[in-house]
Every structure is written in C-alpha cells, then in structure tokens.
Design a protein around this ligand. Structure first.
Ligand code: PLP
Length: 379
C-alpha cells in the first residue's frame, strides 16, 4: 500500500444524526423525573403508528422484543409453522423459536430479496399458522401477495418492517400490511431511540394484549401488582422515547439526507459491469436502511473488504443467511438449502451509509471501491 494511504480518513459504516431537538427533549425528561412509563413513550408509539397508517402502536425495548410479543400475542406456539425468510437478521427467525414454533424457511426472489410468493404457496402445510416476511434493506417485499395469501389461508401475517420505516408499496406504508407489524430503532436504523421498537396493528384487542405482555402481564390499566398473564419487561424508557419523538419529527429531513447519499453513490459509481446498485420497482418508494451493492461473483469479497478497510472504508457482508448460522445448522439446515439466498448473500456488501454521510465521503468510498476492484482485475 502506498504511504499516503496510511493516514486516510475513517468513514463510519453507519451513524445516527442527533441534533438539538433530541437534546432538548432528553433534558425535558431528565428534569421531569419521569424516566419510565410516561408520556413520551405514548407519544412515540402514536407517532410511529401514524407514519404506518395504523390505529395502534405499542412501544417496546427493541424490535426483537416487538417480534416476540407479536408471535406470542397471536398465539403462535409449540410446533406451529411460520413461513419466513433465511435472508434476514437473525431476530426474525429467533422470535419463533422463543415460543417453540418452527421457522419454515423458504427462499427469496432475486428482485426485492424478500420471500418468493410462489415458494410460500408451495411450502404451505397443515401446520402452517402464519407467515413472517421481512422488508430487506428498506425495500418492500412482495407484501401484497403475502397479505392476499394470509387472508386466503387464514394465516396471521407478522410483518417485519424493522428495516423499512417510511417506505411504501403503492400508496400504502410498509408496516400497514401485517396482522401485527414491527419497527426497530437501533442506532443504524432510519431513526433511532438507542434501543427500541414499536409494534403496530389495527386490532384493538391485539394491541391491548401486547401492552400487557410488555408490562409484566399487567392488565390494561396497569394495576400495580395485578398480573393477568405471563409477561415481560419489554418497556421503552422515557429517555429513549424522547429521542424517538425528536427523530420522528425529523423523519423527512433524515430521509432527504439518505436520498441525497443514494444519488451521490449512483452518480459516483455509475454503470459498471461488476456492480449492481440497489434498485426498486416504480410502484415502490424506498427509504433505504442500508446501502447494499452486489458484486460480480468472480470478485473476491474478502480481499476487497480488506483492501477497503486499509483505506478507511468499512464494508460488511450483508446478510449472512440465518439458516447457515452455527445455531441454525444444529437444527438441521445446511449449505445448498436456499440457493438464491446463498448466491445473493455471497455477493453483497453494505457500504457506509447514513443521512449525514457527506457527498465528499461518498465520493471517496466510491473512488476506493472502483480503484480496488479495477486495479485488482488488471493485475
Ligand atoms: C434490526 C432488525 C430487527 C430488530 O432488531 P433490534 O436490534 O432487536 O431492535 C429485526 N429484524 C430485522 C430484519 C432487523 O433488521
């Protein structure tokens, strides 16, 4: 490596944008003395429900907690099968295992990288109780087909919208399709609460059950030591909720920042035969959660990541298929089970991405990617 490259900048892979409004509301919480079970969590869950066009929102401590409560509240349990995708973050399958249900993986389709509706139909069996599709990287999966299938077969639809706050399929928001739909607010998501999630639904009774599960199984009025069911402490604290309220107020601004970064990457990377940039269908609006590009399979991704890292550019494989995680292999899954997932997963890398990544940093990342790949192919 040439000496001038040893003092390069380090570009963050992801970075939340925390401003004055977040600090102001956080200060308000701290001064109030109400640090839990307060108004900010109620305001936050209502505001998230509004973004998704849903009647009810239930704030909770993480997206994973939200998925778990959705599974439990919908009565998915011992041996029930739920059809889901292996091309996702591990939480979307783990939430089924928590209730001893069976994640019935089926492969994805190459376009949206979400569940393939034809394979979902083919996988339906007598034990199938539901379907748990994931909107991957912020892009809607074939959710209208999933919704129709669920209605036709009497399945529950748990929509993992943890990566898709603010995206739309036609005129409907992601998060508006599920019997219950779940958003997550870890710091790399479109907006953050630090840790946090919100479950949204139009079903009043379901919302009420999830509120109870979140709060140690108390009934709706939260009576101090009256527990009507086995519950959890999955509450969202007020500091996190206040940050979330401020972030949601800034959703359009942050989405505009991400759109700017997407345009900057497109301009800088252009058309290259070894590279496929994120894309979406004309009837979709996508607020990207991450910027994942696909490389020609002949490119050695491991070497590429090392070379980029040496230039201060972190890039990560994304996702690593769930069924190939050591713990899932122990459940009987193996390489070759889901060829599209495995092929896609072997060729994707997430590039640095956030609403606050500067045009200059994007140009730098793009230049380094092109240099590393094109230099290697010449040598
Ligand atoms: C982020 C994410 C979750 C939930 O993550 P938490 O860290 O628990 O908030 C669930 N599913 C997917 C696909 C995710 O990307």
């Amino acid at each position: 490596m040439s000496p001038e490259l040893t003092s390069v900048r380090r570009i963050p892979l992801a970075r939340p944008s925390i401003g004055d409004r977040e600090r102001q509301l956080l200060e308000q919480v701290l001064s109030s003395g109400v640090l839990a079970l307060g108004q900010f969590a109620r305001d936050f869950e209502d505001a998230v429900a509004a973004v998704a066009g849903r009647a009810y929102g239930v704030a909770c401590s993480s997206g994973t907690a939200g998925l778990h409560m959705a599974v439990r509240a919908l009565g998915i349990a011992d041996g029930d099968e739920v059809i889901t995708t292996p091309f996702s973050f591990v939480a979307s399958a783990n939430c089924l295992l928590y209730e001893r249900a069976v994640p019935r993986f089926v492969d994805i389709e190459e376009d949206s990288l979400g569940l393939d509706p034809d394979l979902v139909e083919a996988a339906a069996g007598p034990r199938t109780k539901g379907i748990l599709p994931v909107h991957v990287f912020g892009r809607p999966c074939k959710i209208e087909r999933m919704e129709a299938l669920a209605a036709q077969r009497g399945w529950v639809l748990i929509e993992d919208a943890c990566e898709a706050l603010g995206s739309r399929q036609g005129d409907r928001a992601t998060g508006s399709f599920g019997t219950a739909s779940v958003f997550a607010f870890y710091p790399n998501k479109q907006i953050t609460t630090g840790e946090g999630g919100v479950v949204v639904t139009d079903d009043a009774e379901l919302a009420s059950t999830i509120r109870s599960l979140r709060n140690q199984g108390r009934d709706e009025d939260g009576t101090w030591l009256s527990h009507v069911r086995l519950g959890y402490n999955y509450r969202l604290d007020e500091m996190s909720a206040a940050i979330g309220v401020a972030q949601l107020e800034r959703l359009d601004e942050l989405a505009a920042g991400r759109a700017r970064v997407v345009r900057a990457y497109e301009a800088a990377l252009g058309d290259r035969e070894w590279l496929q940039l994120p894309r979406h269908a004309p009837d979709e609006t996508v607020d990207w959660f991450v910027y994942v590009v696909r490389l020609d399979p002949t490119i050695d991704r491991g070497m590429l990541m090392e070379d980029l890292d040496a230039r201060g550019v972190p890039a990560r494989p994304y996702f690593s298929p769930i069924h190939l995680q050591p713990f899932y292999r122990d459940l009987g899954h193996k390489p070759g089970d889901f060829p599209v997932t495995e092929r896609v997963a072997a060729s994707t890398i997430a590039l640095p991405f956030s609403a606050v990544l500067s045009d200059d940093d994007v140009a730098y990342v793009a230049a380094m990617l092109i240099e590393v790949v094109e230099r290697r192919s010449r040598s």
